[in-house]
Design a protein around this ligand. Structure first.
Ligand SMILES: NC(=O)c1ccc[n+]([C@@H]2O[C@H](COP(=O)([O-])OP(=O)(O)OC[C@H]3O[C@@H](n4cnc5c(N)ncnc54)[C@H](O)[C@@H]3O)[C@@H](O)[C@H]2O)c1
Ligand SMILES: N[C@@H](CCC=O)C(=O)O
Length: 563
C-alpha cells in the first residue's frame, strides 16, 4: 500500500514555492509634468518626431498577428491612420482569424495556470517597470500619433494608468489569494483555491485608452487565464507595443494571442467555441449588448457559463448648485468636457446650471474656451487635437449641423461649433445651450468635444436632480459642485444610482487606479470596477477544499444512539 502511494507521488509534478512572498510596495506611478525645458519634454518630443519622420517617409510600422509568440503575416492588410493628419498611416496591420489561436492558447494554459503566483506577478511588475522606464516615450508617442492624445493625456493613460493597472492588479490578486476561510473545525483544514476559468478569455479593447487595452488582457492573464486580444483598429500600434513589452518581461508564448482585424470574424470564431469562458470588453454600449446577446444565443454550446464583464458608454453630467465656486466649476467642466476631445467614456457632456448663475457661468466658460488651442499632437502646446476617425467626425458633425440648421430647434451654439476634416478630423470644442433637457445632445453619447448646458430654476433643485437622474440610459460618472454641505448631501443622494463614479467638486474624468476604482452601471456596464479586486474576482473560479485529518470509526451520529 505504502509503495503504491509512493509510486503515485513520484508521478506528480511539483512546482516548489519555498516561501510566502511579499510584493514590493505598490504605489501610483509618479507622473512627469513635461513643463517647458524639462528633460522628459525633450525626450518625448524626440520620440514623437522620430516616429512622425518615419511614417512621413512612407514607412508605417508593420504589425503582424501574434499566435504563441509567432509573428504571422496574413497578407490581408489594413492601416491605422493618424487622426490629426489622416493621409499619414501609423501602421499597417495584418488581419487575423482566431482558429489556430484558440488551440494554441489552450495548449499554453496548463503551464501558465500552474506557474506560482509570485512568478506570474513578477512578469507584470517587470512589464510595468519596462513601460515606465525603457519604453515610456515610445508607447506615449504611439498613443499620441495613433490615437490623437496630447502629452498630458498620453502620460496619464499610456504611462501612468497602464503601469498602475499592472502593479495594483498584483496587489489585489495577492489579497484575493490570501482570502481564506477563517474557521477550521477540529482535526480538519479548510482552504480555497482561486482557479483560472476553464477555457479561454476573449478581450475586445476600445481605441481611446492604451491602458484599458493592456488591462483587459493583463487582469485575466494574471489570474492564470489565457486571453485572445482583439484590439481596436484605431489603436493597433500602441497595443502591439504593450504586447512586446509583456513578452520582454517574460510572458510565456500563448498566454496572450494578439488578433487585430475584423471584429466579426474574431467574434464568429471565438463566441462559437465550447471553451469560450469569459469576455472582457470595453467599448460602446450597442456593441456590448449585441455581443452579450450572441453569448446568450450560444449558451448551450459552452462548457461553463461565460463570465461577461463590460464597461461601456456614458452621458456624464456636472450638476452645479447655486453655492458652487463658479470659476472652479467652469474650469473643471472644460477639462472634463474637452480634454482628449471629449473621447473618454467619463467625459462631461451635459451640465446643469442654476438660472441665477447662468450669466456668470457662460461668460466665464466662453472666455476660458477661447484660450483652448487645437492642432496636431507634436505641438505640445495644443490642448485639443482631432477626433479619432471619419465615422466619429461625421457623427459629431451631424449633431452640430442639426443645431445649426434648426432641426434641433431647442438648442443653440454658445461657443465653437466648427468642423474641418481636410487634414485631420478636427471638431472645435463646442458648448451648446438648450431649453429642452431631453434634446438629443443631452441624452445621446456623442463621444466628442461637445458640451450641452441646461439652466434650471434655482427653486427646482430636487425636480431637476430627478430629471437629470433619468435623462439618459447611462450611469457612469457625475460631478457635483457646491459649497453648501446640505446641498452636497441632497445632490449625492438623488444621484446615487446615476453614476458608478461620483465626484464632489471635481470633474467627471480622471479616475486613478488604487484611488477611484472605475466603472458604471445601467447602460454603462457591469460595474466590475477596472483596477480593483472586484474585476479580478471575475476571472477566477474558486474551489473550496476541506481536508479531514483523522479517520472516523462509525457512520452514526450521537443523536442516532439509544439512551
Ligand atoms: N466604461 C468604460 O470604462 C469605457 C472606457 C473606454 C471607452 N468606453 C466606451 O467605448 C466607446 C468608444 O470606444 P470604441 O469606439 O473603440 O468602441 P467600439 O464599441 O466601437 O469598439 C470596442 C471594441 O469592440 C469591437 N467591435 C466594434 N464593432 C464590433 C462588432 N460589430 N462586433 C464585434 N466587435 C466589435 C472593436 O473592434 C473594439 O475592439 C464609447 O462608447 C466609450 O464610452 C467605455
Ligand atoms: N477611467 C477614465 C475613463 C476611461 C474611459 O474612457 C477616466 O476616469 O477618465
Amino acid at each position: 500500500m505504502l509503495r503504491a502511494i509512493r509510486a503515485r507521488t513520484r508521478s506528480i509534478s511539483i512546482t516548489p514555492q519555498l516561501g510566502t512572498f511579499n510584493l514590493p510596495e505598490i504605489k501610483n506611478e509618479p507622473m512627469k509634468n513635461y513643463g517647458p525645458g524639462s528633460t522628459e519634454r525633450a525626450e518625448l518630443q524626440k520620440a514623437v518626431d522620430l516616429m512622425k519622420e518615419s511614417i512621413t517617409k512612407n514607412r508605417p510600422y508593420e504589425v503582424p498577428i501574434v499566435v504563441s509568440g509567432q509573428m504571422i503575416e496574413t497578407g490581408d492588410i489594413s492601416e491605422q491612420p493618424v487622426p490629426t493628419e489622416h493621409h499619414l498611416k501609423l501602421c499597417k496591420y495584418h488581419n487575423a482569424t482566431a482558429q489556430n489561436a484558440i488551440a494554441k492558447a489552450l495548449e499554453a494554459k496548463p503551464a501558465w495556470e500552474a506557474m506560482p503566483f509570485n512568478d506570474r506577478a513578477a512578469i507584470f511588475l517587470k512589464a510595468a517597470d519596462l513601460l515606465t522606464h525603457k519604453y515610456r516615450y515610445r508607447v506615449m508617442a504611439a498613443t499620441m500619433l495613433g490615437q490623437g492624445k496630447n502629452v498630458w493625456q498620453a502620460e496619464i493613460d499610456a504611462a501612468a494608468e497602464l503601469a498602475d493597472f499592472l502593479r495594483f492588479n498584483c496587489k489585489f490578486a495577492q489579497e484575493i489569494y490570501r482570502d481564506q476561510p477563517t474557521e477550521n473545525s477540529p482535526m480538519m483544514w479548510n482552504r480555497v483555491e482561486y482557479r483560472a476559468l476553464e477555457g479561454f478569455v476573449v478581450a475586445y479593447s476600445p481605441f481611446n485608452f492604451t491602458a484599458i487595452g493592456g488591462n483587459l488582457v493583463a487582469a485575466p492573464a494574471l489570474m492564470g487565464n489565457v486571453v485572445l486580444w482583439k484590439p481596436s483598429n484605431s489603436s493597433i500600434y500602441s497595443n502591439f507595443l504593450i504586447l512586446e513589452i509583456l513578452k520582454e518581461a517574460g510572458l510565456p508564448d500563448g498566454v496572450i494571442q494578439f488578433l487585430p482585424g475584423n471584429p466579426e470574424v474574431i467574434t464568429n470564431e471565438t463566441f462559437n467555441h465550447p471553451d469560450f469562458a469569459g469576455f472582457h470588453f470595453t467599448g460602446s454600449t450597442s456593441v456590448f449588448k449585441m455581443l452579450w446577446k450572441k453569448i446568450g444565443e450560444n449558451i448551450n454550446i459552452y462548457k461553463s457559463y461565460p463570465r461577461i464583464v463590460g464597461e461601456t458608454g456614458g452621458k456624464n453630467m456636472h450638476f452645479i448648485h447655486e453655492s458652487a465656486d463658479v470659476k472652479h466649476a467652469v474650469l473643471q467642466t472644460i477639462r472634463g468636457a474637452f480634454e482628449y476631445n471629449g473621447q473618454k467614456c467619463s467625459a462631461t457632456s451635459r451640465v446643469y446650471v442654476p438660472e441665477s448663475m447662468l450669466p456668470a457661468f457662460t461668460q466665464e466658460l466662453k472666455a476660458e474656451m477661447a484660450k483652448i488651442k487645437m492642432g496636431p499632437v507634436e505641438d505640445f502646446t495644443n490642448f485639443a487635437t482631432a477626433v479619432i476617425h471619419k465615422q466619429s467626425y461625421e457623427k459629431i458633425k451631424g449633431y452640430l449641423d442639426a443645431v445649426k440648421s434648426g432641426e434641433n430647434e431647442s438648442t443653440s451654439i454658445l461657443a465653437g461649433g466648427n468642423c474641418n476634416d481636410s487634414v485631420g478630423y478636427y471638431v472645435e470644442p463646442t458648448a451648446l445651450i438648450t431649453k429642452d433637457p431631453h434634446s438629443p445632445t443631452m441624452v445621446n453619447e456623442l463621444f466628442g468635444p461637445v458640451l450641452t448646458i441646461f439652466a434650471y430654476p434655482n427653486d427646482e433643485l430636487v425636480e431637476t436632480l430627478k430629471l437629470a437622474e433619468k435623462t439618459s440610459e447611462y450611469a457612469l460618472t457625475c460631478g457635483i459642485f457646491a459649497q453648501d454641505r446640505e446641498a452636497i448631501i441632497e445632490m449625492s443622494n438623488h444621484l446615487r444610482n446615476a453614476a458608478g463614479n461620483m465626484y464632489i467638486n471635481d470633474k467627471s474624468t480622471g479616475a486613478v487606479v488604487g484611488q477611484q476604482p472605475f466603472g458604471g452601471a445601467r447602460g454603462s456596464g457591469t460595474n466590475d470596477k477596472a483596477g480593483s479586486s472586484l474585476n479580478l474576482l471575475r476571472w477566477v473560479s474558486p474551489r473550496t477544499i476541506k481536508e479531514s485529518f483523522v479517520p472516523i470509526e462509525a457512520f452514526h451520529y450521537p443523536s442516532n444512539l439509544k439512551d
